[in-house]
Design a protein around this ligand. Structure first.
Ligand code: GLA
Length: 728
């Protein structure tokens, strides 16, 4: 059992393979955090120090003990109103209008297996893989109860946290803030690593020292957003890819969130992640309960590579679901950059034919096949096939494409509506809008009120009518704007709308995966605007960015790799000059970079030269050859492409016997210096053979001195080298 409770000193110890997490119920019933870090034995309550601290209040029941203050003590669930003036995890507006709560320990349960969360995505694990600790806390004045959930996946070095908040009082209260996880560090100097960006340039890495004051990342957009990803890392200043302590928090949620890192007056650091408290005021009537979505925690003392791998393995094996969780994904051709809205049934069939001739496995029909939708100003919401445009029913087009030996996939955007649509004309109140105020438009569209069940039901029924028309084996699930005008006609409590919206979205997605269990779902939101662990519970892959420029993708995929597995990164080879940047990169380079993801194409094969077509076929052969290693291997970042001349990464089989090195020279100069790339993760003291050259190298030399990249003229040259351990 990975969870131990010692009654005598009321200490909970959670052990993973390499880490220990400890907390204690103290004499007053507060749940104090003691330790999270390298695996250790013993009690860490000696770390708690008490002193009379001016202007740090003392809870009423500690009497004259001025040395006891929540303003200083490390806690599992810091609450507003207890004398802790740091940022709280929980804020409640009570029935009498007062703010504040004071939760004390009441009991706990330790069980085998991993808890689940109703209506929310969560890591899953069986009784052999995980244990659960539930700790009940109560505020005796208001009768509010909170159960904290801890899931311990020992082998994966993962701990999950979540909570259920129950109103056991007699009157309605409002939940004003709810963080899912809090880590209080009594000492240490850290860097805060976060992932910021914008549309078409997501998940840039920022690493800054934690200083006094708070550093906050947040989405107020109703989705997890391009601007900040709901993942954050706290690392010792010295921590590198290969060494040093670091901690990750990732939110399994796809809506507004808030991540906070705060260094307090005593140089202690608090790290929290959970729901954004803006426009959040969730009503709980007597007897009602609220589930805080889950945060996944991991600790590594072997640097950032290991930390990322912990998350990758957990998400691949214990979060993603369905047929494509581990099986290879079909190589697809997406119609978007090939023809945008400018297509008809014949041209799509022609695209499929060209794809089939090249050996591509699936054709995806992107935006524009439904309603009146010849550009992005109208039609969203009208989920009926535009048979006039296709020249035939969808079913017969799919049959024809299937007869070519291709699978068929389709694009949808269920949550959005154009004002110029039959749906909006019939139900204008179904869009989020504040009465009397013209709603903010984005991409000339509005957002459907998915906090209302009848809206979700309607869109689901209409979309199923389309999806049932043929053999659809893939769905691209898009969402092309941020939410605004947070007002629902379905409730009087507008502070609940954004959370309920996400529940509506999850309800929709769950129905979709239940009804079409073999369909491959790809999440998308203007590219990577909803690239989060919540979505991965439903869609094992997410379109990483609308930016398909190979060079930019090196950076975007680099940032993404800190939190998410390669198997989840939607990545395609597109045409040059690239449609987002105008840059020209070699076909081979585009292929190597797209292989650091779910490989596919997004171009018109007609525009390719004979040589490029030949190269494309070779590319697919290479990808198929390495697909398993790429999808299921350990991922290593070998360089930081935002500062280094080479972008390099590597996939290594779990047994370390096979490694695929990938490198792209980002800048070329006259009289080039040689770029050496150091491999990682090979077995020490072994010999490896490089596949293409047949050369044999010692693993330690490859890892210590590296391998020189052969010098080649021309911009953005890419290299792939596969190393296999030599048999004795
Ligand atoms: C979003 C997606 C694109 C494409 C368009 C269609 O921007 O990210 O890949 O599907 O929508 O409108």
């Amino acid at each position: 059992m990975s969870i131990i409770f010692t009654e005598k000193d009321k200490i909970f110890t959670l052990h993973t393979k390499d880490a220990t997490y400890q907390m204690k119920v103290d004499a007053y019933g507060f749940l104090l955090h003691l330790y999270y870090g390298k695996k250790t034995m013993g009690n860490m309550d000696y770390l708690l120090q008490f002193a009379d601290r001016g202007f740090s209040g003392n809870p009423n029941d500690v009497g004259n003990d001025r040395t006891y203050s929540m303003d200083v003590l490390p806690q599992e669930l810091p609450c507003q109103g207890t004398g802790d003036y740091r940022s709280p995890a929980i804020v409640i507006r009570n029935a009498d209008g007062s703010y504040g709560c004071d939760f004390r320990y009441r009991g706990h349960r330790i069980t085998k297996g991993k808890y689940g969360l109703p209506h929310l995505p969560a890591v899953y694990a069986d009784e052999k893989e995980a244990d659960t600790l539930e700790i009940d806390l109560e505020d005796p004045v208001t009768n509010m109860r909170i159960t904290l959930f801890y899931g311990v996946l020992s082998d994966l070095n993962i701990i999950t946290r979540s909570a259920c908040i129950r109103n056991c009082g007699r009157k309605k209260i409002y939940l004003k803030k709810a963080q899912a996880a809090c880590l209080d560090f009594v000492n240490g100097d850290y860097d805060f690593i976060c992932f910021y960006g914008r549309h078409a340039m997501e998940r840039n890495v920022q690493r800054l020292p934690v200083a006094h004051g708070a550093q906050v990342i947040e989405s107020r957009r109703g989705t997890s957003s391009h601007q900040y990803n709901p993942m954050m890392i706290l690392a010792e200043h010295e921590a590198t890819e290969d060494a040093g302590s670091c901690y990750a928090m990732t939110f399994v949620y796809s809506g507004s969130f808030k991540g906070e890192v705060e260094k307090d007056q005593y140089n202690q650091t608090r790290m929290q992640l959970g729901l954004s408290d803006e426009m959040f005021s969730y009503p709980l009537e007597a007897g009602e309960e609220f589930f805080v979505p889950e945060v996944v925690l991991s600790y590594s003392r072997e640097g950032l590579a290991k930390l990322s791998q912990n998350l990758h393995i957990c998400f691949r094996k214990n979060l993603c679901r369905g047929k494509y969780k581990t099986s290879p994904r079909p190589i697809l051709l997406n119609s978007w950059e090939a023809s945008y809205f400018n297509f008809n049934g014949d041209s799509i069939y022609q695209l499929a034919k060209d794809a089939a001739e090249l050996g591509i496995e699936m054709l995806v029909l992107d935006d524009g096949w439904f309603g009146k939708r010849d550009d992005d100003n109208s039609g969203l919401g009208d989920w009926y096939v535009n048979e006039e445009k296709l020249g035939e029913p969808l079913g017969s087009l799919i049959e024809k494409i299937n007869r070519l030996g291709l699978k068929f996939g389709i694009w949808i955007e269920p949550e959005s509506v154009n004002e110029d649509s039959d749906l909006f004309r019939a139900h204008p109140d179904w869009a989020l809008a504040i009465p009397g105020r013209g709603p903010v438009r984005a991409r000339n569209q509005l957002v459907l009120d998915f906090s209302r069940k009848e809206v979700v039901d309607y869109v689901f029924t209409k979309l199923c009518e389309v999806l049932d028309q043929g053999n659809i084996e893939y769905i691209k699930f898009d969402m092309n704007r941020s939410l605004s005008d947070c007002f629902s006609q379905g409730t009087k409590d507008q502070g609940r709308v954004y959370y309920d919206y996400v529940l509506g979205l999850y309800d929709f997605l769950e129905r979709l995966v239940q009804r079409y269990p073999d369909v491959l779902l790809e999440g998308c939101s203007g590219g990577g605007g909803r690239f989060d662990a919540g979505m991965l519970y439903y869609s094992p892959q997410i379109w990483c960015s609308d930016n398909t420029d190979a060079l930019d993708r090196v950076k975007i995929q680099y940032g993404t790799s800190f939190g998410y597995p390669v198997s989840s990164v939607g990545s395609h080879v597109s045409a040059v000059p690239n449609h987002q940047t105008g840059r020209i990169t070699p076909f081979h380079t585009r292929g190597v970079i797209a292989m650091a993801g779910t490989f596919g194409y997004e171009l018109d094969p007609k525009q390719l030269s004979k040589e490029e077509k030949q190269e494309l076929k070779e590319q697919m052969k290479t990808y198929r050859n390495y697909a398993d290693l790429i999808q299921n291997g350990l991922y290593y970042r070998l360089s930081d492409p935002s500062v280094q001349e080479v972008g390099a990464w590597e996939f290594v089989s779990e047994d370390g016997r096979k490694a695929l090195l990938n490198a792209v020279v980002l800048h070329v100069h006259g009289n080039m210096t040689v770029n050496y790339v150091r491999l990682k993760g090979l077995k020490e003291g072994c010999m490896y053979k490089e596949e293409a050259s047949g050369n044999v190298y010692a693993s330690d030399a490859l890892m210590e001195a590296g391998i020189p990249l052969p010098s080649r003229l021309g911009d953005y040259q890419a290299y792939q080298m596969c190393f296999t351990e030599l048999e004795e």
